[in-house]
Ligand binder design. Structure first.
Ligand SMILES: [Fe+2]
Length: 135
C-alpha cells in the first residue's frame, strides 16, 4: 500500500503542477517502499537523492509559474519552500553523515509535509489562478 495516494483532494486545478505533485508523491512512496523492503544503503541513497533533487526542481518550477501568473502570495510561497528545503537539507546532511536513518517517523513527516503543503498552501494559488484567469 502506498504511503500517500494522489487524488482529487490534492488537485490544485493547474494540470502542470498536479503532474509535478504526482511525481513528488511517487518519489515519497518509492522511498517508503525502499525503507520497508530493507533495500541496500546505495539504493536508499539513490532514491533519497532523487527525492531531494526533485523537491528542489518542483519548488523552482512552481515559483516560476507563480511569478508568471503574478500570484500575490508568490513571495510567501517562496519563503515556505526555502524553509522546507532547509529542513530537508539538514536531515539529508545528518543522513549522509550516518547520523540519521530513513525511518517510519521520517516518512510520516514527509507524507504530512507534502499533503499539508499542497492542501493548505498550493491550493490557494490554484483558486487565485482560476479567479484571475491568468493560467
Ligand atoms: Fe507544490
Amino acid at each position: 500500500m502506498a504511503l500517500l495516494d494522489w487524488n482529487t483532494s490534492l488537485s490544485v486545478d493547474v494540470s502542470a503542477m498536479d503532474e509535478e505533485h504526482k511525481k513528488l508523491i511517487g518519489l515519497v512512496n518509492d522511498l517508503n517502499e525502499a525503507m520497508k523492503q530493507g533495500k541496500t544503503k546505495d539504493e536508499m541513497d539513490r532514491v533519497f537523492n532523487e527525492l531531494a533533487r526533485y523537491t528542489q526542481s518542483h519548488f523552482a518550477s512552481e515559483e516560476r509559474y507563480l511569478e508568471k501568473i503574478g500570484y500575490p502570495g508568490a513571495a510567501q510561497q517562496k519563503k515556505e519552500h526555502a524553509e522546507l528545503m532547509t529542513q530537508v537539507a539538514a536531515f539529508k546532511a545528518e543522513y549522509d553523515a550516518g547520523k540519521a536513518m530513513i525511518s517510519v517517523k521520517l516518512m510520516g513527516f514527509l507524507r504530512d509535509w507534502v499533503r499539508n503543503h499542497i492542501q493548505k498552501t498550493d491550493k490557494q494559488y490554484g483558486v487565485w489562478a482560476q479567479q484571475n484567469a491568468k493560467v
